[in-house]
Design a protein around this ligand. Structure first.
Ligand code: SF4
Length: 358
């Protein structure tokens, strides 16, 4: 299909969407705050995983004002397990700006939305079109794939120039019901025009209009340049039970999982004698030391290969780590076991080292 005839997809696509769309809370009630929060949660995360988080988040922080005033630890707790925690921090920062500059009402124009922290071209387009009905494109990975296949576009969709070209092509054909159209394109990509050889062309309302289907290129489109390999890091995680609770510490304010609570952990895979030497250096009297099952955690650019040790300390004084920078661990806080659930948002990478309950 030539781009000039891309407009032919509109009617069959909207009919299909009206009949097949999934009921979703932010779709049933597309108020701007709901659409915004859902779009941020859906970045890098599947709909099924987002649903319970969305309900909990909205129940706890029902509007922009509540989000802007949210306690940081509570916010992280609500986000715990969703990953990519900077998304939550940016949500709060943006909410504070919306309170200060827009009287608590999210702006409708994509250009104004894009100025808020954490809102890029796609999210701005999604909120502006879905919540406010503006005729602006919202091109995510699903839409890139659908349009590249429909038009037989063989350019690398990871390139910004290709993304912009596809965005412009979509922008030219958005009908009056921009909210339904943009969601329909995304929904088609999520349910039918699936990636990695799983496209369900037989169930697609656009089969007769699709260049990739016609030319037998569904398996090879869209074109994506190979990603850089992830850096692998070996780390040792410590579950330390002291008389006053479980040791947790805060990550640095910048970088991976910035500012979140974590179990103490160090670079490399520490042996039993090395963990005992560490405990000695910290001034911790050891009652017992046991190995925990190893784990792997994959981030966008880094892959952690983790081993764990469970360290039980004897009763008696537990010396705080030296505050002179010589300590191998950052400052420790002793959390009561219940507080790990209620107060400290520990990222998923560490939670597999929590002992089984009971
Ligand atoms: S016909 Fe197949 S490749 Fe083309 S848009 Fe539909 S599902 Fe995607």
């Amino acid at each position: 299909m030539k781009k000039s005839s891309l407009a032919a997809i509109t009617a069959p696509l909207l009919r299909w969407f009206a009949a097949r769309k999934r009921p979703l809370p932010w779709r049933d009630d597309p108020r701007p705050y709901y659409v915004w929060v859902s779009e941020i949660m859906l970045q890098q995360t599947r709909v099924a995983a987002v649903l319970p988080y969305f309900d909990r988040f909205i129940a706890a922080l029902p509007d922009v004002a509540a989000l802007a005033a949210a306690d940081d630890d509570r916010l992280m707790k609500l986000w715990e397990g969703l990953g990519y925690y900077s998304r939550a921090r940016n949500l709060k920062k943006a909410a504070q700006i919306v309170m200060a500059e827009y009287g608590g009402v999210l702006p409708a124009e994509a250009a104004a939305l894009r100025k808020l922290p954490g809102i890029g071209r796609y999210t701005a387009g999604a909120v502006s079109s879905i919540a406010h009905g503006r005729r602006v494109p919202a091109v995510d990975g699903n839409v890139l794939r659908v349009i590249a296949r429909l038009t037989g576009d063989g350019r690398d969709v990871m390139q910004e120039t290709t993304r912009r070209a596809i965005e412009a092509a979509v922008g030219e054909i958005i009908p009056a019901d921009a909210a339904a159209f943009n969601q329909a394109l995304m929904e088609l990509g999520a349910l039918v025009c699936l990636p990695r050889g799983a496209a369900r062309c037989e169930a697609c309302p656009l089969t007769s209009l699709c260049a990739a289907r016609r030319d037998d290129r569904v398996a090879t489109l869209p074109v994506k340049a190979p990603k850089k390999e992830r850096r692998v890091e070996a780390r040792t995680v410590l579950w330390i039970e002291g008389p006053e609770g479980i040791a947790v510490c805060r990550r640095p304010p910048r970088g991976l999982l910035a500012g979140l609570w974590e179990l103490p952990n160090l670079a490399g895979h520490l042996t039993r004698p090395e963990v005992l030497a560490l405990a000695k250096a910290m001034g911790w009297p050891v009652r017992s030391l046991g190995k925990l099952p190893a784990a792997r955690h994959v981030f966008t650019h880094i892959e952690w290969h983790l081993i764990g040790w469970r360290l039980r300390l004897k009763d008696g004084a537990v010396n705080p780590p030296a505050a002179d920078g010589a300590s191998p661990l950052p400052p420790i806080v002793w959390a009561a076991p219940g507080e790990l659930k209620t107060r400290y948002g520990i990222p998923a990478a560490f939670r597999c080292f929590f002992p089984a309950e009971g």
